[in-house]
Unconditional design. Structure first.
Length: 434
């Protein structure tokens, strides 16, 4: 294995001659070589533990049937020990094919002339997880699940984490955390949210919340399921945290919300001009009409039809017509008062709902401004001739009042529409009261 500066801080055991003192330790000690996936050395207690006769039997023990999950678990232990200095957690081993759960401590080292990655395992007590085999299955399931599972002290220091957690947060170095930060809060995109989450979890003895987490895959939305538990060996209280990556769900919900918003926009706003549609006008008019009724106010509905628009389409093409409609929409929005509402209801027809009109003179003033700004020349580009052209259109406006000419928007629009035709018949470029 080539030298890796990432492991330069690890102790390098060059040969078995350096292990003489380990033979004096009565507890089980062995050294496992990750790069060849087999034992490099074990003391007498380790050899007996595996029911073997000699060290060669241990070194040559066949591990070809080990699953990839078992190999990943060993690598995770090495990475954690290399980062933290020591790991302490229960392991299930299978001497003589029978499961046995042990309390194991591991240190990461480099061994031999090739500087293979290795872990020294120290086993000082057996852990009883009960006679029920499902308890052992649960321990194994935590190791191989893709759900991120970590137990923390109440101060946010990790005690045990599964391989999924190690992989997700392998870039967090406990030795390089900022002041006031711990491994728990360092996982959060916003460490202050992490502090608040830890405080809340302790106060409420657990809970379930979603946060943006800073993983090695980038920022991910995780739902944290937190509960209080006890350390199986010391009895100390711990926080057991399971993290579910719900980023795809949140992305799907965001996409659905965006699609819903787009549908709402399409239903309520004109695609060409961006003005509110007839549907939205009806909705907003209900509020305005109710307000006018309560306060005994008048409203004016101005029905606008452009004069000369058909000629623009026929002469310069529909693209030129679209440019005219967009420019007229802009002029209307910039001319009307903030309280007034303008909508495009189809073709070259627009409607203005004018509030605060106490007299016909007020409505006439609004209509006059509209006619003035609409009649100003428009400069546009003609795609047919590929030249800039100037066109002129006008406006004929019919005006109806609430409550005089209708109690709802449908009746008022009908009255204003009929009045608009009166304006056109009287010479265009004018307005007419119902």
């Amino acid at each position: 294995m080539p030298q890796n500066t990432e492991y330069a801080h690890l102790t390098h055991i060059k040969s078995l001659d350096e292990l003489a003192l380990y033979e004096l330790i009565p507890n089980i000690v062995w050294i496992f070589d990750l790069d060849k996936h087999g034992w490099w050395w074990g003391n007498e207690a380790a050899i007996k533990f595996w029911g073997l006769e000699t060290l060669d039997d241990l070194v040559n023990k066949d591990l070809s049937e080990d699953s990839q999950g078992a190999r990943d678990r060993t690598k995770q232990t090495f990475d954690l020990a290399a980062k933290n200095g020591l790991t302490i957690d229960p392991w299930t081993t299978y001497p003589n094919g029978k499961p046995k759960t042990l309390h194991m401590m591991h240190r990461a080292v480099l061994i031999g002339p090739e500087r293979h990655r290795a872990i020294i395992a120290y086993i000082n007590e057996e852990v009883s997880l009960g006679e029920a085999p499902e308890n052992l299955l649960l321990v194994e399931a935590m190791r191989y699940t893709t759900v991120i599972v970590t137990s923390f002290t109440l101060d946010g220091v990790p005690v045990v984490e599964n391989p999924a957690a190690t992989e997700a947060y392998k870039s967090i170095d406990p030795q390089k955390l900022l002041d006031g930060q711990n491994a728990f809060t360092a996982r959060f995109s916003n460490p202050e949210e992490g502090k608040a989450c830890l405080t809340r979890a302790l106060a409420e003895e657990g809970g379930r919340w979603s946060y943006l987490m800073k993983t090695d895959m980038g920022l991910r939305t995780h739902t944290l399921d937190i509960c209080m538990t006890r350390h199986p060996l010391t009895g100390d209280w711990l926080l057991l945290v399971a993290e579910y990556d719900v980023t795809p769900l949140h992305d799907a919900l965001d996409t659905a919300r965006e699609a819903q918003e787009e549908l709402r926009r399409m239903a309520h706003y004109d695609a060409l001009t961006g003005l509110p549609s007839l549907n939205l006008l009806h909705d907003s008019a209900k509020v305005q009409l109710n307000h006018a009724q309560r306060h005994q106010k008048k409203l004016a509905v101005l029905f606008i039809d452009l004069d000369g628009f058909k000629a623009v389409n026929d002469t310069w093409g529909h693209d030129a017509g679209d440019q005219v409609l967009k420019e007229i929409a802009n002029r209307l929005q910039n001319t009307l008062r903030e309280a007034d509402q303008v909508s495009r209801i189809g073709g070259d027809e627009f409607v203005v709902l004018a509030t605060e009109v106490d007299t016909p003179d007020n409505a006439a003033e609004v209509a006059g401004k509209i006619i003035e700004v609409v009649s100003q020349p428009l400069n546009l580009y003609c795609a047919v001739t590929q030249t800039d052209v100037q066109v002129n259109v006008g406006a004929s406006i019919g005006i109806a009042f609430y409550p005089d000419h209708g109690q709802n928007m449908k009746a008022l629009l009908k009255a204003a529409d009929q009045s608009m035709y009166q304006a056109k018949s009287s010479g265009k470029g004018n307005f007419h009261f119902t």
